[in-house]
Design a protein. Sequence first.
Length: 119
Amino acid sequence: MQEKVLIVVSCGTNNPNRSTRAIHLATVAHKAGKQVAMFLLDEAVYLVKEGLIEHLKAATGDVADDLMTYLQAYEVPILVCTPCAEARKIQASDLIDGARLAPASELIELACESTVISL
């Protein structure tokens, strides 16, 4: 069984259900003992811009900010597509603790060694 899980998410505040679900799945996988990483593309880069997900939640009641706080506390890697962030005028200094800019080559490397869930 694959021990590494990569959650790739491309939606952000524009789709609270899917984006919160992605963070939720990362949390569930981590709690199950998996090595988890998240890679944020396109609109998902807004999920780690300081202060933007404070009131974001899914229809199920899951709160994105609470789930993200869990991932931060356990130092789950949260990788942010560098050109996606730059296109949206988001810099490394704008990111929450634990998130960092990353190139597409890192996404490919992680995907090749992980079970990938894409939202």
